[in-house]
Design a protein around this ligand. Sequence first.
Ligand SMILES: NC(=O)c1ccc[n+]([C@@H]2O[C@H](COP(=O)([O-])OP(=O)(O)OC[C@H]3O[C@@H](n4cnc5c(N)ncnc54)[C@H](OP(=O)(O)O)[C@@H]3O)[C@@H](O)[C@H]2O)c1
Length: 237
Amino acid sequence: MKNIVVIGSSGAIGKAFIESYIKDSDIESIFSFSRSGIPIEDKKLQNFFIDIEDEKSIHDAASKIDKSSIDEIIVASGILHNKDFGPEKSIRDLNADNLLKVLKINTIGPALVGKYFIPLLNKKEKSILAFLSARVGSISDNKTGGWYAYRSSKTALNQIIKNFSIELRRTNPNAIIIGLQPGTVDSNLSEPFKRNVKEGNLFTPEYSVSMLKNIIDKASPCDSGKLIAWDGEEINP
Ligand SMILES: NC(=O)c1ccc[n+]([C@@H]2O[C@H](COP(=O)([O-])OP(=O)(O)OC[C@H]3O[C@@H](n4cnc5c(N)ncnc54)[C@H](OP(=O)(O)O)[C@@H]3O)[C@@H](O)[C@H]2O)c1
């Protein structure tokens, strides 16, 4: 029986992971972390607060885990836009505060999640830490430019994932650290851009999560450090 952590459980993708794990008879306990909370109750589920912009909050969150080890950790938090700013269309739009905000949520927070949650990963059997990343973080795939903060925050996240994977080869060879590209998923994050998505290419969170769970289940230590898309494609850095 597995113990699971989902960080960013109030988001569309995070919530779909929680709902899927609740139905999964292999799962013993689910530790759900978010800022705004989720209106789901279940005997397997415990909800806690986390603000991934605050290192102490991440440290305190990890201390809530009362199991000896965790089998799967999903980091589904992230930002593309908020009420004050959207993704940059041009050099003119670059703004230090906005860049910093996006890097804090998409890169620094996940790095610190690694710092406090990696020690909890199961060492005896396969365990996995999966970060929701994005294809637009791939430098070799960048054909259209724009979205400076979001793109670079995910590029840096992909580098952190690679670094974690290298270090864990020595300290926990059963642990797999991967980035996941969920496809374009109907959510608050994609809301302003979804009218540009071709028909059939906008996934429900439930469909995306069912595909991502296949990737997680099939992943082996040789996949550690990679960015893998919902359909199994390995995305080059
Ligand atoms: N949707 C897509 O098409 C798409 C495509 C590629 C990659 N992704 C990635 O998938 C992940 C999930 O996206 P989504 O579509 O599910 O977006 P979403 O519905 O907007 O969810 C974003 C989540 O991030 C959390 N969050 C933001 N700031 C936080 C903070 N300071 N501390 C803790 N949690 C924070 C939000 O929680 P609170 O509101 O509770 O703070 C929310 O749970 C993101 O990393 C995103 O980059 C999404």
